[in-house]
Design a protein around this ligand. Structure first.
Ligand code: NDP
Length: 248
């Protein structure tokens, strides 16, 4: 049985990587998909849209820089016009600009905070009326490193830890409306974001991971499909590790 029939899901940063896997998974569960990314990723968005359509699903894409409130507001209006509703918001878009604090520039700090954390404020706030109407839910991508810290990532870990606090607080504010708010904390997942990591670091991460391997975007998408759907109806304010045991 498809668990997300008649639902509409917006996934930010969904032209590739984990976001794309989430879009494909939610579509396979019957959801209509609103894809999002920034202009340089338009061709990739078209490919994901075609993949969903070829599999019998429905998808449209909306270009917006999620760190900019006015662009997000317009995107949300377009989603409402095109689909008439929104049930699931997945705050997935994110970047890294790693450097020790001693060397980090103000721009590197600000950009990472804006795209990873302010985007979650922008999207969640503008989606609120629609989500309250549909008794929908929000799922944001935190990270293992946001919970535990990671060398060279003061900007990224501050943003990802911020998502944890945001998620817990918003779940308290929206519980009375029947809107659930959760986050996931993936460990090392194979994507463009992690492929640049030095080989010796990957070896160390695998060693520290109980399952002895890195994760696939689809393994994150499976947990998000669960959180987004009716089987997670009593789950809110939670942060679920998807890390093969790395956090242990
Ligand atoms: P990717 O870099 O593969 O995908 C992220 C997507 O977001 C890219 O298409 C990127 O475009 C897009 N994006 C960047 N800036 C914006 C913006 N301002 N507005 C809209 N879209 C934007 O990353 P992953 O798939 O690996 O990561 C997805 C999420 O999961 C991120 O939040 C990440 O922090 C989190 N995560 C990832 C882990 C991993 O091991 N991969 C582990 C834990 C958490 P462009 O490429 O042009 O920048």
């Amino acid at each position: 049985m498809k668990t997300l029939e008649n639902k509409v899901a917006l996934i930010t940063g969904s032209s590739q990587g984990i976001g794309r896997a989430i879009a494909l998974k939610l579509a396979s569960q019957g959801a209509k998909i609103a894809l999002n990314d920034i202009a340089p990723q338009e061709e990739n968005l078209k490919i994901v849209q075609a993949q969903i359509k070829n599999a019998g699903g429905e998808a449209k894409y909306f270009m917006a820089d999620v760190s900019k409130y006015d662009e997000v507001e317009k995107m949300m209006q377009s989603v409402q016009q095109e689909f008439g509703r929104l049930d699931i918001l997945v705050n997935n878009a994110g970047i890294t600009k790693d450097r020790t604090l001693a060397k980090m520039t103000v721009e590197e700090w600000q950009k990472v905070i804006d795209i990873n954390l302010t985007s979650v404020f922008n999207c969640s706030k503008t989606a609120l009326p629609l989500l309250i109407q549909s008794q929908g839910n929000i799922i944001s991508l935190s990270s293992f490193s946001g919970l535990r810290g990671n060398f060279g990532q003061t900007n990224y870990t501050a943003a990802k830890a911020g998502i944890v606090g945001f998620t817990k607080t918003l779940s308290k504010e929206l519980g009375k409306f029947g809107v659930r708010v959760n986050a996931v904390a993936p460990g090392f997942i194979e994507s463009k974001m992690t492929e640049a990591m030095p080989e010796e670091m990957k070896v160390v991460v695998k060693k520290l991971t109980s399952l002895g391997r890195t994760g696939k975007p689809e393994e994150v998408a499976n947990v998000i499909a669960f959180l987004a759907g009716p089987d997670a109806s009593f789950v809110t304010g939670d942060i679920i590790n998807i890390d093969g045991g790395l956090a242990i």
